[in-house]
Write a new protein. Structure first.
Length: 164
């Protein structure tokens, strides 16, 4: 801009503010020359407008659009589980998996369960961000471990009401 005199308007810039750990932000950068009445350069002006909320809303809309286009075109639950995992990575994380009840895989309704124990889930859809599945994580088809007797599962699935 300094050499050409061409203004730059609305250039998206990503970064973290130096003032604190607010996380990553998006700004719209505009730069233009300041001139005197005889069009001689006096300086340069830059403006930054925080567009983080709009940027995030656009990303969410793109994700929803991708999900609508790529998930659930068939009645095959295993394929739909894989499609869901594929949409989630890398948009929301580095790895995703979908575990389904063995009853659902057999064409039945999911069982109503509550609390800790073996839920008879099977990991069906898996999606890593890289080329291979991360070492140490159960692969597709694996049975996840039993749900521990912990406060969080008891809050999510209170006894007597079941989870479905």
């Amino acid at each position: 801009m300094r050499e050409s005199g061409e203004s730059v308007l609305g250039l998206p810039v990503r970064g973290s503010p130096p003032s604190g750990p607010d996380g990553e932000r998006m700004w719209s950068l505009s730069t233009f020359r300041l001139t005197d009445p005889a069009c001689r350069p006096l300086g340069m002006c830059q403006t930054y407008v925080d567009i983080t909320d709009g940027y995030r809303a656009e990303r969410r809309l793109e994700l929803l659009s991708r999900a609508a286009a790529n998930i659930g075109a068939t009645l095959d639950v295993a394929r739909t589980a894989q499609e869901l995992a594929d949409v989630l990575v890398p948009a929301l994380g580095d790895v995703a998996w979908v575990a389904l009840s063995e009853a659902v895989l057999g064409g039945d309704e999911p069982p109503k369960m509550s609390g800790p124990g073996q839920w008879n889930l099977r990991r069906i859809g898996v999606a890593p961000a890289g080329a291979g599945w991360p070492a140490g994580l159960p692969a597709a088809g694996a049975l996840p471990p039993a749900l521990p007797n912990h406060a969080l599962p008891r809050m999510v699935c209170p006894a007597g009401r079941g989870c479905s």
